[in-house]
Design a protein around this ligand. Structure first.
Ligand code: SF4
Ligand code: SF4
Length: 234
């Protein structure tokens, strides 16, 4: 018999109970069944944590694909062994990149769906609580609002940086819909994910500035966004 996940929509001030710690029987189980996409900001944080260049990090720890709906490059964590789906960073005592773990790991068990209005640039967000049958964090967990969870998991910087991808996707859909040729895909990938390689062509003072420059480069120089469009800074 298949037991399905239960999904409930929450407002930012709705409550849920959750606590994940080494004492739960399922500890690390979710990190061993991987399907983990990384945002450009996730890559920045992870490669900095591991003291690697973005190129070395991407080569060693990730897989590349193409988003079926966006046509944009997609980067995901490469499982430790192809037949097992364990995250390359899971250890018996937990996550070895915990302070810089990806946004989706931080947000779990809540899923944040963000959307951007093309005309105004206003971002709206919805939150879904996903109760998977194997996860025992709900049993005796402390009570949180979604807002408290986001703060506790230090997600504000991640969400702010990740939302810049929405502007990029919007410009792409408007000006260059459909599949990208191989050369354009490579340029977008380098500017958004391989920021150390991108730095060689466009220096910037720090990682976030470099990421913002990379995304602006893609929007303007590749997708042809008009220069007057303003998406603020990361
Ligand atoms: S990055 Fe850390 S928290 Fe995320 S799946 Fe891997 S081990 Fe688990
Ligand atoms: S409680 Fe849930 S999130 Fe925590 S380790 Fe278990 S399955 Fe993963």
């Amino acid at each position: 018999m298949t037991i399905h996940s239960e999904i409930v929509e929450l407002s930012p001030d709705d409550h849920f109970n959750f606590d994940c710690h080494p004492g739960v029987a399922c500890f690390n189980q979710c990190c061993r069944d991987l399907s983990q996409a990384l945002t450009p900001y996730d890559v920045v944080r992870l490669r900095r944590h591991l003291d690697m260049t973005s190129s070395a990090f991407l080569e060693q720890f990730t897989l590349r694909g193409i988003g079926p709906q966006t046509g944009l490059p997609v980067v995901s964590l490469r499982p430790l062994e192809p037949l097992l789906k364990a995250c390359p960073f899971v250890t018996a005592s937990g996550c070895r990149v915990y302070p810089d773990r990806p946004s989706s790991c931080r947000m779990y068990p809540v899923f944040r769906a963000a959307a951007r209005q093309r005309a105004t640039g206003v971002i709206s967000e919805r939150f879904l609580l996903i109760q998977e049958p194997h996860c025992q964090g709900f049993d005796r967990g402390r009570q949180w609002t979604v807002r408290e969870w986001i703060k506790n998991q230090e997600l504000e910087d991640y969400n702010r940086a990740n939302d810049h991808m929405l502007a990029l996707i919007s410009v792409k859909n408007e000006r260059m819909p459909g599949a990208l040729d191989a050369q354009t895909l490579e340029q977008v990938y380098t500017a958004c994910y391989d920021i150390d390689r991108f730095r060689e062509t466009m220096p910037a003072s720090d990682d976030l500035a470099r990421l913002a420059l990379g995304m602006a480069f893609v929007r303007r120089n590749i997708f042809g966004e008009p220069p007057e469009a303003d998406h603020g800074v990361i």
